[in-house]
Design a protein around this ligand. Structure first.
Ligand SMILES: Cc1cc2nc3c(=O)[nH]c(=O)nc-3n(C[C@H](O)[C@H](O)[C@H](O)COP(=O)(O)O)c2cc1C
Length: 170
């Protein structure tokens, strides 16, 4: 698949087959995250791979939707605020921007491999940090279920370019 096709075929998969994800495919997805760009190349991220049933159950308790239970793997994508670049002009912390790029790399790599993913940010963050023993500076930003999709690509609803692109000035 070329990049344009991968981008268009990625969608939020909210139903997975029971089929497990092969280790070599999981490694390629993690590698795609590892290779993402980050401010000052600080790479302020950790990817916690969860696939043991007891630990998956803990995650299900943090995001109470039945569909999440079908995912054989869930990655807890974490930003490390102790290692991230901060902009000197206003102190803005780049950790979440950097992490978002890494997660997006992973979603696209998964799509290329025939796998599905779904960004989840609407989960209970504080118990997540406690249950998975995250140090203070490590923020769990997103959960990323991964598995073989049991749904078809829907029509994507997006604003037209003419609504979101401005030329030269706003
Ligand atoms: C930062 C972010 C957070 C999201 N959080 C959730 C979530 O908590 N639960 C969920 O079902 N989908 C979540 N999504 C998925 C979006 O709803 C989805 O990407 C959007 O509707 C576009 O659909 P598509 O991914 O199928 O193209 C999130 C997406 C992003 C980028």
């Amino acid at each position: 698949m070329n990049l344009n096709k991968i981008i268009n075929q990625r969608f939020s998969v909210r139903k997975y087959k029971t089929e497990p994800v092969e280790d070599d495919k999981l490694e390629l997805i993690l590698e795609a995250g590892r290779m993402a760009p980050s401010a000052a190349n600080y790479q302020p991220w950790f990817f916690i791979v969860v696939r043991q049933p007891d630990n998956l159950k803990k995650l299900h308790s943090l995001y109470q939707r039945d569909w999440i239970k079908s995912a054989p793997i869930i990655i807890i994508a974490c930003a490390d605020h102790s290692q991230s670049w901060k902009r000197s002009s206003d102190g803005k912390d780049s950790a979440e921007i950097d992490l978002a790029i890494a997660v997006d790399h992973m979603t696209l790599q998964a799509t290329e491999l025939g796998l599905g993913t779904c960004w989840i940010c609407n989960f209970d963050v504080t118990p997540c940090s406690e249950l998975f023993k995250l140090p203070t500076d490590i923020e769990p930003v997103a959960l990323l279920p991964i598995g073989y999709p049991d749904v078809k690509l829907p029509n994507k609803k997006r604003k037209p370019l003419k609504e979101i692109v401005r030329w030269e000035e706003f």
